[in-house]
Write a protein that binds this ligand. Structure first.
Ligand SMILES: NC(=O)c1ccc[n+]([C@@H]2O[C@H](COP(=O)([O-])OP(=O)(O)OC[C@H]3O[C@@H](n4cnc5c(N)ncnc54)[C@H](O)[C@@H]3O)[C@@H](O)[C@H]2O)c1
Length: 442
């Protein structure tokens, strides 16, 4: 293997782009050998050479998307992660995950990753071959669009320090954003690659992607898709290369379809409640048609989280004058469902409602746009007192409601316990629980 490496290294004009994949494979083999066949080579020198030859990738933003991408890519490349949050950077450099994701924690603790983090732009961008942008794009209700200013700033910084790099946007952006920016900057190595991960399973979904989509000029798109494929555990991955605008549309239409599906089964459930019917039986019967299927059909208090609410609203805004009814209905259906659920709880005239868990997804530590929080606010607005049980938060109150850390006291003090998803913690108080979870899954 050593001779294989030397031959490769000595090949005169080593073109990093063309030989990137071959080199990364070799690097992986060598690092594996370092742990298994230590006596065979002098690795100190080899490692130094390898670091000089490996692809340098800078991942910007250490949230769900950035962490999963950084870990995935750091298996085979030299990855620098940058974040404005010094606490997150410190944690990563201590091999700890700033977010709750069991697999990320496991990989950081035990895997052979070429990964370091910094808050310093100069250090982060200086030698980047790729810059992967995973920063927030929050929805701005005043402009009715994503606020892309953070992404704009990152791209400007990256180009100033590393004008020849390829920039890949993994943040969700409005349809048309990438091509417009590319034209404004006169820079053609700007790609958009939608990220499809689920929070709580961010790395798993990158190791086993449902598909890889990269939009932009063909050659850099192919090269980036190859980096994602190479990091994945799954071997046969559907890979689609499109224009950047089509890739942006894939992201927003995919998320809006998921939101529509949630809204559909939730409206079915509202109908079943109103007529005293068994929602689970109806959904099971509906889903037995293989064209409909049994997945992603569990009723909830509404779709929520960071992505579905903002992505559906962005898509609706992007339609502009194009005739549509469905996209608007997805957005309004969710608000109707939240009101319906709150009314169901209020109609039971409880004195104290206990809210069990604030996160949208089981196993997640993210309360962003959680619909249980919206339900909770509506109950409070009706003068009903609310208490919260959420072991993930250290504060003693949340949205004006006391947070109890004693589960037994929480159960005793609650007349009704509201849970978006059932948990075995609640088995002994089943008669108090209000949930629409029919299948015990997300
Ligand atoms: N969370 C998801 O499930 C998911 C899935 C697909 C796509 N997305 C999209 O990906 C993007 C990121 O989402 P996320 O959930 O990872 O966000 P996040 O809020 O979890 O993380 C964003 C990170 O970026 C950092 N940051 C902010 N400004 C920065 C800057 N100027 N430079 C460097 N770092 C900066 C923040 O400190 C934070 O650590 C968003 O556009 C989102 O819509 C999210």
């Amino acid at each position: 293997m050593q001779s294989e490496f030397k031959e490769f290294k000595n090949a005169s004009a080593l073109d990093k782009t063309e030989n990137q994949i071959q080199l990364n494979k070799l690097t992986r083999k060598l690092r594996h050998a370092e742990f298994n066949e230590v006596s065979e080579f002098n690795f100190t020198n080899i490692n130094k050479d390898l670091f000089l030859l490996m692809t340098n990738i800078t991942v910007v933003g250490l949230g769900y998307v950035g962490l999963a991408n950084a870990v995935l890519l750091a298996q085979n490349n030299n990855v620098t992660a940058i974040d404005v949050d010094a606490g997150r950077v410190r944690l990563l450099n201590d091999h700890k995950s700033p977010i709750k994701d069991a697999l990320i924690s496991q990989y950081l603790a035990s895997s052979l990753l070429n990964l370091r983090a910094t808050t310093d732009k100069d250090a982060a961008y200086a030698k980047a071959d790729y810059v992967v942008v995973c920063a927030p794009t929050n929805y701005d209700p005043d402009t009715n669009a994503f606020d892309t200013s953070v992404v704009d700033g990152i791209i400007a910084d990256a180009l100033e320090k590393s004008p020849n790099c390829t920039i890949v946007i993994r943040s969700t952006v409005p349809i048309g954003y990438t091509e417009k920016l590319s034209a404004t900057l006169g820079f053609d190595k700007l790609l958009f690659s939608p990220e499809f991960l689920r929070e709580g399973q961010a790395l798993y979904d990158n190791l086993h992607p449902s598909r890889i989509v990269v939009g932009g000029p063909l050659e850099p798109s192919k090269a980036f898709a190859a980096l994602l494929q190479e990091g994945a555990t799954k071997t046969e991955i559907e890979t689609l290369l499109t224009t950047a605008t089509e890739a942006e549309a894939i992201k927003l239409f995919a998320n809006s379809y998921l939101a529509m599906r949630v809204a559909y089964f939730n409206e079915l459930d509202s109908f079943a409640i109103s007529h005293g019917l068994n929602s689970k039986n109806i959904i099971t019967g509906v889903g037995l048609d293989p064209r409909i299927g049994q997945s992603y059909n569990n009723p909830s208090f509404g779709y929520g989280g960071y992505c579905l609410p903002k992505d559906t609203r962005q898509l609706l805004a992007t339609f502009g004058d194009i005739p549509q009814n469905l996209i608007e209905a997805i957005v309004t259906s969710n608000n109707t469902r939240i009101d319906f659920i709150a009314d169901q709880i209020i109609a039971r005239s409880p004195q104290t409602v206990g809210v069990y868990g604030l996160a949208m997804k089981t196993g997640s530590d993210n309360f962003r746009k959680s619909t249980v929080v919206s339900v909770m606010e509506k109950i409070q607005a009706n003068g009903i007192s609310v208490i919260v049980y959420e072991p993930m938060i250290a504060e003693q109150s949340f949205a004006g409601a006391p947070v109890l850390d004693d589960l037994i006291a929480f159960k005793e003090a609650s007349d009704i316990i509201v849970a978006n998803r059932l948990h075995h913690d609640l088995h002994d108080v089943a008669e108090k629980v209000f949930t629409r979870d029919q299948f015990g899954k997300d």
